[in-house]
Design a protein around this ligand. Sequence first.
Ligand SMILES: *[C@@H]1O[C@H](CO)[C@@H](O)[C@H](O)[C@H]1NC(C)=O
Ligand SMILES: *[C@@H]1O[C@H](CO)[C@@H](O)[C@H](O)[C@H]1NC(C)=O
Ligand SMILES: *[C@@H]1O[C@H](CO)[C@@H](O)[C@H](O)[C@H]1NC(C)=O
Length: 494
Amino acid sequence: MLAASPTALPLALLCLVLTLAPSSTDARATPHPAAAPGVPINIMRRASVQRSLEDLGSWAQRNKQNTEAKYGMKSNKGKRANGLNLLTNFEFDSTYFGSVAVGTPPTPFDVILDTGSSDLWLASGTGSDSRATKDITLFEPTSSSSFTDLGKEFQIQYGSGSAQGVLGSDQVQFAGFQIGQTFGLVNQTTQSLLTAPMSGLMGLAFQSIAASGATPFWQSLVETSGALDSPLFAFQLTRFTNDSSAQKTEPGGTFTLGAVNNSLFTGDIDYQDIPNGAPGYWIQELSAMKVNGQSISLPSGSAAWAAIDTGTTGVGCPADVLASIFAAVPNSAPGTGQFEGYYTFPCSTSVSLTVTWGSSSNAWTISPDDFILQQIDNQGTCVGAFFEVDSSGTTAPAFIFGDTFLKNVYSVYRASPASVGFATLSSTAINANGVDAAAPSATIGTGVTSVTPSTSGSNGGTSGNSNTNGAQHGIQMSGAVLFSLLVGAACVLL
Ligand SMILES: *[C@@H]1O[C@H](CO)[C@@H](O)[C@H](O)[C@H]1NC(C)=O
Ligand SMILES: *[C@@H]1O[C@H](CO)[C@@H](O)[C@H](O)[C@H]1NC(C)=O
Ligand SMILES: *[C@@H]1O[C@H](CO)[C@@H](O)[C@H](O)[C@H]1NC(C)=O
């Protein structure tokens, strides 16, 4: 499925080895965008972003390929029914991460919050390899008195690489709650999977697509009677793509678990059910799309399913729909070279795109600023945030709607009835866009509610059943979970 993907490279070239030992050698083969030596910064960006064209181009290709590859309790202490985690916006809306704290004593880690996958994993290491990555904070099991080695391997494979390690279990704090949670301790990943300060990823989709078989953190709380006010979580994501003074990290918005935050949206939340038979993603059916008022012809039924995915930067579409979208954008053209699978168009062209989900009558707008991924030359050429994905022959949804869309709405992910809701951002939320400030720091240990999941074995961590879980879900996850990991990787490279 991936024509020129790095799949052909030996695995050794693809892998970044994470070890516990600090080292002077940074194994990341991909230059960090902010420090790409020898690459002329000839890019004209609306914002003062220090991102080279080469980096953007290779990112664009990886993002496209990786997106294609991805889809191949009872409260026993002081009760608390909802909680929040303040997010960080990394590199001008490329990635949104939050923080978890793991172990005893709790140690904070920044993790990508990804509604497009279902596993929690952290960079860890074995201490045996010198090719350490200096910047990434690693989870050290020996530093936690509550850690349990589950004696099982954790591996996620995808079109162009893998992340692997072992499964462990420990106390995990997130958004004001603490539970025992199974997670992956990853000592080897594709080269571009993580960029400091991120240490891993928290999957926020359903357990049915978890590679580890473990019940995701959010779902354990939902399934524990009385733990949450409401069986849902919600995101408000900030926009800095068009802020000329944006820094590499900025406040990213708000994640709320167990409740919606009424100060961040106005009006009703428009919930649309996840279609019957949809797998463990947060799926919505795309029922209408307009580009500058012009209707785009869409497929129907499951061919119009979209994953609502905070872990993807842009929007992935089938080739024909992508072509229709840009047919409505004057002077646009298919991207070439590193921008193959994307389209270019004059930055001066304002493109406003609306989408309608399920049986709703609401049309949600993607702002012209979000429709642009980035300006790519001095002649005012921009590359769009929409890119081609080919899900044919996979169980993956045909569309992936990431942050390009989600910045424009308040989004709610509800377990029962299984649905996704969108609402209009409040002025409080909108006023947070482009306001330069320090990114939030991790808050750990204070006011955390410890919860014992009520579902026996729900964490997949008891050694009797995680193999079973793994086998059960193995097929579903191939090309599924993996997608998100890669997209996460691609995102952090921008
Ligand atoms: C990663 O961990 C696994 C399981 O403990 C081990 O077999 C493997 O050698 C480790 N890889 C590296 C590169 O340290
Ligand atoms: C609602 O969101 C605002 C803005 O992020 C935050 O300051 C506030 O604490 C949140 N309220 C609750 C109850 O989570
Ligand atoms: C950024 O984009 C948003 C959405 O289009 C717009 O409302 C806002 O005014 C823009 N900010 C700047 C600084 O251009």
